[in-house]
Design a protein around this ligand. Structure first.
Ligand code: ARG
Length: 605
């Protein structure tokens, strides 16, 4: 099929030599043709990887597997090496591959043609980085991320979910996949009875309240909780309020809406700072769908009565998944089942991705299994899509190794956190500019924008660069350092590239069309090759839902650029036109990485 990814790329005709799909995908296409010619009797998927050794750029690793399939079946091949030789020989003649050689038990090492690599880069410079979008096997994805709870704290865990989810969304969108960015806010549940009653009590004029009037919603939540715990009469009223709200009583609906609106306002401020787009479809949205979804599951015989609750027993789990509580109410799991049903059947998503802390893994594991039991999702052994994935992440730790908290308060205000990153990067910047005597060149506006880009970018990058499953330690000092794998270091690296281009007297725009990239020096070739790997990196990051893969690429790219720049004179050399184009291409790719990571690139630092 046309949409398979590189590793599973099936026998389609090779794409245009310069054009759609990652380089790995194109090599896979060529390898598929060769495999078909080499062993027509066996149907295999090409296995193509980047070379780890120095004998090639990519390698095709099918020979050994094929050998175990064909040996003893009267094949004319004597050993895996012979199969490798045949694969190498049968690679179609084209302008992509310069040469292919075979090592050991049949590894086919493929060397890319320098002129093809150069052409691919130049093509991108002329036609834009979008021409380097990978081809992914899905068209529509639901990405469920951020998803804080109304009137409760939006904690650093939600910040992580927001940052990771947004990057995943950006990577899919870049790859031409439609992304439904869903904010599954916790806007339904028994806590609303208490909140509503407290609102009536504290603000008799609640209907006229502006969105800021209640003040801090978390404080409001705590106060109402205290009232709930201490006063039996209030508790009683609160419990009745839940019933009246769920029964759809006008006044209670209106009060609920008001509270949600105030919360939403607070969340939106953080999203605005982070430049994150989300569409809210909270838990309440799926509430009307729950009865019919449970009815379906029931008619399939999947739901049982257990200790007064209605539950689903799931293989491999001791405790069942509760879908109707003993009091008859629905819960997190029933809401998630209805939401999944909706996403599959109404929104027709092929991949539904949930970004939360790893602590919720069991919940997701269980309800994914329930969906599979109900036949909503195919057996993963038979079909890949539709599918669900839980993108779990670890805790954010403070310097003390404990769960991250700011100063004395138990909660971390996300806005304050971002503010602090900005003001710290501003004072660093001011100091540097003063030392260099450059302070006069900067307007206040430029200072503000730059420190915002650097500060916010640092917070995001510090989070994204880790393997998301591991806990990470939040440290302003570390993330704002200009050394090591930090956003600040990368911003400097990028700004330096921009300054090289500014210093040259040549017109890069003009060069893109008239100039030629040569890649004669080994460090030029290494850089060029790494640049064109961009598409397969995005492809890998999307396939495995790992933003850290993109961070690692960005960091390596800037290191490779440094090596190139140290060993290859750019401005004033005979190779200036070609090398300037390499600088520009590196700048374009770095900016695109920044963009996917939600970081604003800085051009001057
Ligand atoms: N509101 C939940 C929390 O704060 C996260 C929701 C995640 N999405 C979902 N469909 N369960 O933990």
């Amino acid at each position: 099929d046309e949409t398979s990814t590189s590793a599973s790329g099936s026998a389609q005709e090779p794409a245009a030599p310069v054009g759609a799909g990652s380089v790995k995908q194109q090599i896979s296409n060529l390898a598929a043709l060769s495999l078909r010619a080499t062993v027509p009797e066996v149907d295999v998927e090409p296995i193509v990887e980047v070379c780890t050794g120095k004998f090639g750029d990519y390698q095709c690793n099918n020979a050994m597997g094929l050998w175990s399939k064909v040996k003893g079946s009267g094949t004319s091949f004597k050993n895996p090496n012979a199969i490798g030789q045949a694969i190498a020989k049968n690679l179609p003649a084209c302008d992509v591959i310069e040469s292919a050689s075979v090592a050991g038990p049949g590894f086919v090492n493929i060397v890319l043609s320098k002129s093809w690599v150069a052409k691919r880069i130049q093509d991108m410079l002329v036609n834009g980085i979008k021409t380097w979008a990978p081809i992914l096997p899905v068209k529509r994805v639901v990405l469920d991320f951020s998803s804080p709870n109304i009137a409760k704290e939006m904690h650093v865990g939600h910040l992580r979910s927001t940052i990771i989810g947004d990057t995943l969304a950006r990577m899919f969108e870049f790859s031409n996949v439609e992304v439904l960015r869903r904010n599954h806010v916790g806007d339904w549940g028994t806590q609303f009875g208490m909140l509503i009653e407290f609102l009536f009590e504290k603000f008799p004029n609640w209907e006229e309240l502006g969105s800021q009037a209640i003040g801090d919603l978390q404080v409001f939540y705590k106060a109402s909780k205290q009232r709930f715990d201490e006063d039996a009469e209030f508790k009683d009223r609160a419990q009745q309020a839940v019933v009246r709200l769920q029964g759809g009583e006008e006044k209670y609906r209106a009060a609920w809406k008001k509270i949600c609106e105030i919360s939403r306002n607070e969340f939106d401020q953080v999203y605005k700072l982070l430049d994150v787009q989300l569409e809210e479809k909270g838990e309440s949205f799926y509430n009307p769908y729950i009865p019919q979804v449970l009815e379906k599951l029931s008619s399939q015989g999947l739901i049982e009565e257990s200790e007064g609750a209605r539950v689903l027993f799931i293989q491999g789990h001791q405790i069942p998944l509760i879908v109707v509580k003993r009091d008859g109410g629905f819960n997190y799991a029933s809401t998630d089942l209805a939401a999944l049903w909706y996403r599959l059947n109404v929104e027709k998503a092929e991949w539904i991705i949930y970004v939360t802390d790893v602590g919720q893994q069991q919940h997701f594991d269980m309800f994914f299994k329930a969906a599979r039991m109900a036949g909503w999702l195919p057996d993963p052994k038979e079909k890949k899509f539709p599918k669900t994935s839980h993108v779990g992440f670890g805790l954010v730790l403070g310097a003390d190794g404990k769960r991250f908290r700011t100063r004395s308060t138990e909660v971390v205000r996300l806005g304050d956190l971002l503010d602090e990153a900005k003001s710290r990067s501003k004072s660093e910047l001011l100091q540097r500019l003063t030392e260099n005597g450059k302070i006069v060149d900067w307007t206040d506006e430029e200072l503000e924008q730059t420190s915002k880009a650097v500060g916010y970018g640092a917070v995001k990058y510090a989070d994204l660069k880790n393997n998301r499953l591991t806990n990470y330690t939040f440290s302003f000092d570390q993330m704002l350092s200009d050394k090591g794998n930090t956003a600040v270091y990368l911003q400097y690296a990028h700004a330096r590239i921009c300054s090289i281009i500014r210093k040259s007297n040549m017109d890069v725009e003009e060069l893109k069309v008239s100039g030629n990239i040569s890649l004669a020096h080994p460090d030029e070739r290494v850089l060029g090759l790494y640049l064109i790997r961009y598409a397969e990196i995005v492809e890998e990051a999307c396939t495995n839902l790992l933003p850290s893969v993109l961070c690692e690429y960005l960091y390596n790219l800037s290191e490779m650029f440094t090596r190139f720049y140290t060993n290859c004179q750019v401005v004033g050399s005979p190779e200036e036109p070609s090398r300037l184009l390499l600088c520009e291409a590196t700048g374009v790719v770095m900016r695109q990485c920044f963009q996917l990571l939600g970081i604003t690139p800085v051009y001057m630092l």
